[in-house]
Write a new protein. Structure first.
Length: 358
């Protein structure tokens, strides 16, 4: 309750001091706390309690609903039409459209994604939702993806206030009704399957594979992703048939797809002695991919060099590529890999090997 009052510029201390509270209500709502109309039939202490409820109930609702509330929520909380009209007249609330209000102090450009979704009567979706869930997404996702129904999209076009939100928050709207209901209607973020379905049109197959692998690694059930395959297009069905949760990162998933498109026999996450390797081509050619998460520090660098030395001593050929090389210069990576394959380095050791376990 105390925290909720911040939406009205009310310091929490005001609730602890009767005079400050009386001045606040007089200023914000035009209700004189010592007026006969207000105090009629009430003792001073009960009147102060009514004042606190008047200020804090709307603030509390805003606090728990991302700064956006509906008429139904206000009525359920006992907020009268008179109190709502006062809040609107004093520019503490702004009416977005019929039955939905937002705190006037919220700046859409600085608001949380969940707040922006509520303001637009939509849900975070696509790349934005997947990133919120902690899944891998392609780079350069600077826009906020919001899914709304076609009817809501039409209302947004007719509402200057909500059209302004699109510009301020850099929102890209997706007008789509999903073929299944979301599990949690109170949540402002779409599920992994829903988000992938929305993102499909902006993705390559390998991106969808990387996102699907990431979802599996983070505990999403395969049957949930199967919904996206059922209702998605050809790209989605192709990608979801290629999922493999063993990939340690999104960039590894992309490399796996690209290597297999070269018709190479590839084993991901092969275990060679005490060392797991990202990819084993044939029996003797290893491809390692250094992502950001596990190869960025001095300790990681030293571990990788020791790993390469031991594998080379055991007869393996190790090719190591960085994240940036894979994403920005894959053609060069591919040329190097195929040169070693043509030289037969995937079929025989680089020299008489030493036992890895020895």
């Amino acid at each position: 309750m105390v925290n909720g009052c911040r939406y009205f510029g009310c310091p929490p201390e005001a609730l602890r001091h009767g005079e400050a509270l009386r001045a606040l209500v007089t200023h914000r709502f035009g209700v004189h706390s010592d007026s006969p109309q207000f105090l009629a039939g009430a003792q001073p202490e009960s009147a102060r309690f009514v004042i606190i409820l008047l200020v804090s109930t709307i603030g509390e609702l805003l606090e728990s609903n991302y700064g956006v509330i509906t008429t139904a929520q206000l009525r359920a909380a006992g907020v009268t039409r008179h109190a709502l009209r006062k809040a609107l007249a004093e520019a503490q609330l702004v009416k977005l459209h019929r039955g939905r209000y937002v705190c006037a102090s919220i700046n859409a450009a600085e608001a949380e994604p969940g707040t922006v979704a509520r303001m637009l009567n939509g849900r975070i979706t696509g790349f934005s939702a997947l990133e919120t869930h902690g899944f891998w997404v392609p780079e350069c996702q600077e826009v906020l993806h919001i899914r709304v129904t076609p009817r809501v999209a039409e209302h947004i076009r007719e509402s200057p206030a909500r059209a302004q939100i699109l510009d301020e928050a850099n929102v890209r709207l997706h007008h789509r009704v999903l073929p299944w209901p979301e599990v949690d209607d109170e949540n402002t973020t779409d599920s992994a399957a829903s988000s992938m379905l929305v993102a499909e049109k902006d993705c390559r197959v390998e991106d969808l594979v990387a996102m699907g692998d990431s979802a599996l690694r983070n505990g999403v059930q395969p049957r949930r992703l199967a919904l996206a395959a059922k209702y998605g297009g050809h790209k989605m069905r192709t990608a979801l048939s290629m999922l493999d949760a063993r990939s340690g990162s999104g960039v590894e998933s992309i490399v796996r797809v690209r290597l297999r498109s070269l018709r190479l026999r590839v084993r991901p996450q092969a275990q060679l002695g005490r060392w797991p390797v990202d990819f084993l081509i044939g029996e003797w050619l290893i491809v390692e991919v250094d992502g950001f998460a596990y190869h960025s520090g001095d300790k990681d660098f030293s571990r990788d060099r020791r790993k390469d030395r031991e594998l080379n001593a055991a007869g393996y050929t190790v090719l190591r590529f960085t994240y940036r090389q894979v994403i920005s210069d894959w053609e060069q990576c591919e040329r190097e890999i195929l040169a070693f394959v043509r030289a037969g380095r995937h079929q025989r050791p680089n020299y008489r090997p030493r036992n890895l376990d020895g």
